[in-house]
Ligand binder design. Structure first.
Ligand code: ATP
Ligand code: MN
Length: 342
């Protein structure tokens, strides 16, 4: 499922903010965001912009980036995005606007994706160096790595409820995929979206350090996906001395399916490939969004850096109707988001 950076959403509830009389909190799926008091009623629809959205440069949105003492609405600064913030002490994640503020397609209904219609962009962290050159497209038999946020699809909690589960640490680095393309028998080292040319870049350095090609030659139908972390990647929040690999997925290209956690662990151990650390596992998933967000918070071991969050999956792979794909999602630490947005 693609992220909807702007969409039609329903106000599930409104909550007062202590000592604030002009603003209140609106609940949108699992998110809460500050709105002008009285602007919405429970059950009303609005246009919801998620965090990381770069909204269009429209006069009705200029209040977001125009300072109080400016003469009039200012153009949107290049770096503007919707961020996690605290307003009067209340956590606010996203922006909710009345439908009437936008020229929308006829009969807007709950869940409609407006990202393209409104020309909403997505903020991405700066691309580090050492990412290599493009060799070609992503191997067609393997799926790209991605995780939805629990707040955007809170129903995934019910899909997982009662099942054996594994929660792993979200390692803050860059995504890598390694596989042998069965059509050509060639080994590929890939980034998030493309295969990378062999050379002195992070993807190939990791491939060589862990001898990943040799490991995959023993099981050429498998693809290994993981995070490369270390100096020069993001802010090296794990505090590593050199580049390291943390595998989080093993995929069977022949059968078109993911290995279970235990099958993946067995293969990775035999191949001497480290796995992302397990934060919690159990026989019957019973977390709420709140308890997951609490579990997401903490420091990367041995550092004073806020960890990015956690990734939650069933122990045995399962399809999610809500996600239209594998049941797997993330809870990002709000402490991490508040710091990152500074
Ligand atoms: P968003 O879609 O929320 O805007 P994004 O697409 O950049 O953000 P990320 O925040 O990078 O997604 O989160 C998903 C990525 O997290 C995965 O693609 C993977 O590279 C990485 N990741 C790190 N640790 C893990 C883990 N333990 N399990 C699964 N994925 C992980
Ligand atoms: Mn994504």
């Amino acid at each position: 499922m693609e992220r909807k950076l702007a969409s039609v959403q329903r106000v599930l509830a409104l909550h007062p903010i202590e000592n604030a009389d002009a603003i209140e909190l609106a609940q949108i799926n699992g998110w809460q965001c500050v709105v002008k008091k009285g602007e919405f009623t429970p059950g009303a629809l609005g246009v919801f912009f998620e965090i990381d959205a770069i909204p269009p440069d429209l006069p009705q949105l200029a209040f977001l980036w125009t300072s109080r003492n400016a003469d009039g609405p200012q153009p949107r600064p290049e770096s503007f995005r919707i961020k996690t913030m605290r307003l009067r002490g209340a956590l606010s994640q996203g922006l909710l606007m009345p439908l009437s503020q936008f020229a929308l397609p006829a009969n807007p209904s709950e869940g409609d994706d407006l990202t393209a219609a409104l020309g909403v962009g997505k903020w991405e962290p700066a691309i580090p160096s050492g990412m290599g050159d493009c060799r070609g497209p992503f191997p067609p038999l393997v799926r790209k790595t991605d995780e939805m946020r629990v707040q955007s699809v809170p129903g995934v909690l019910d899909e997982l409820r009662g099942l054996p589960y594994v929660i792993t640490l979200k390692c803050d680095g860059t995504s890598a995929t390694y596989c042998i393309d069965p059509r050509t028998d060639e080994f590929h080292a890939c980034g998030r979206n493309q295969s990378i040319t062999e050379g002195a870049n992070h993807y190939w350095n990791i491939a060589k350090k862990y001898e990943i090609e040799a490991a995959l030659r023993t099981a050429p139908h498998l693809a290994v996906q993981g995070e490369i972390c270390g100096p020069g990647i993001q802010k090296n929040r794990l505090g590593l001395k050199s580049l390291e690999f943390f595998a989080f997925t093993v995929y069977n290209q022949q059968q078109g399916k993911y290995l279970s956690h235990d099958e993946a662990r067995a293969f990775l151990e035999s191949a001497n490939l480290p796995m992302v650390p397990v934060v919690e596992e159990g026989e019957s998933f019973d977390h709420t969004q709140e308890s997951l967000l609490a579990l997401a918070e903490g420091k990367y071991a041995g550092t004073s850096n806020e960890r990015e969050g956690i990734v939650i999956r069933p122990r045995v792979e399962r399809n999610s109707l809500l996600l239209a794909g594998r049941l797997s999602f993330k809870a990002i630490s709000n402490r991490f988001l508040l710091k990152e947005g500074e």
